[in-house]
Design a binder for this molecule. Structure first.
Ligand SMILES: NC(=O)c1ccc[n+]([C@@H]2O[C@H](COP(=O)([O-])OP(=O)(O)OC[C@H]3O[C@@H](n4cnc5c(N)ncnc54)[C@H](OP(=O)(O)O)[C@@H]3O)[C@@H](O)[C@H]2O)c1
Length: 183
């Protein structure tokens, strides 16, 4: 299973502002195109229940929605609600009834945390950074950004990931792709 994470942050590695919203300052056309291409390349998009609620799905992509509110996998059309504490990833994607070999992970924070470690660690984690943006009190891309005051790079390195490539996709917009030792 190929698992690719996609996050966009400012200089302080936050994915949302102090109100829990993704601000316009984190929106960039080149980064959006990069993100959309990544989602298109995958068979299914994994995301947290809150992101699912606030993110429209005009292209009707298949979604795997992480939530603690279900006791078993629940399928609603192209969406499967999955609680990792009670069901395996394999069972969840099987519930979709569609062959899944490639998952794009779209966040938010706890979902990005979840795929950091085996058994389902990222094949690649694409961290887009927009220079000059800070979101004080905002949501970290990983929980340790908030609780431990760590940078995203420190968190990724501490889980055994290394920066494999860096691309500048627009003025002040850089994508660092991290690759794990456990893939
Ligand atoms: N900049 C970026 O790259 C980026 C990426 C994603 C989202 N965002 C923004 O960030 C905000 C939302 O992010 P968020 O981190 O607050 O929320 P989120 O991850 O989208 O959703 C959180 C919810 O997901 C479920 N969940 C997460 N991890 C789980 C686990 N391991 N097991 C079971 N359920 C799990 C829980 O749902 P239940 O409460 O139902 O149990 C939890 O309350 C939005 O504004 C969104 O636009 C930005």
């Amino acid at each position: 299973m190929r698992i690719e994470g996609y996050a966009v942050v400012g200089d302080d590695d936050r994915i949302a502002d102090a109100a829990g919203q993704m601000p316009d300052a984190l929106k960039n056309d080149a980064e959006w195109a990069f993100f959309q291409d990544g989602l298109d390349a995958a068979d299914i998009v994994a995301l947290g229940r809150r992101s699912h609620d606030v993110t429209p799905n005009p292209r009707r992509r298949r979604r795997l929605v992480l939530t603690r509110s279900v006791a078993r996998n629940e399928r609603q059309g192209d969406v499967v609600f999955w609680n990792p504490a009670v069901a395996s990833l394999e069972a969840a994607v099987k519930a979709l009834g569609y062959p899944v070999q490639h998952i794009a992970v779209a966040g938010g924070r706890d979902v990005f945390d979840y795929f950091l470690r085996p058994p389902h660690c990222y094949t690649a984690f694409h961290l887009s950074q927009i220079e000059g943006v800070t979101l004080p009190g905002g949501t970290g891309v990983f929980s340790a950004v908030e609780t431990g005051g760590l940078t995203a790079a420190h968190v990724l390195a501490s889980f055994g990931y290394s920066a494999a490539s860096t691309r500048t996709i627009d003025t002040g917009v850089h994508v660092v792709t991290w690759a794990p030792d456990c893939a």
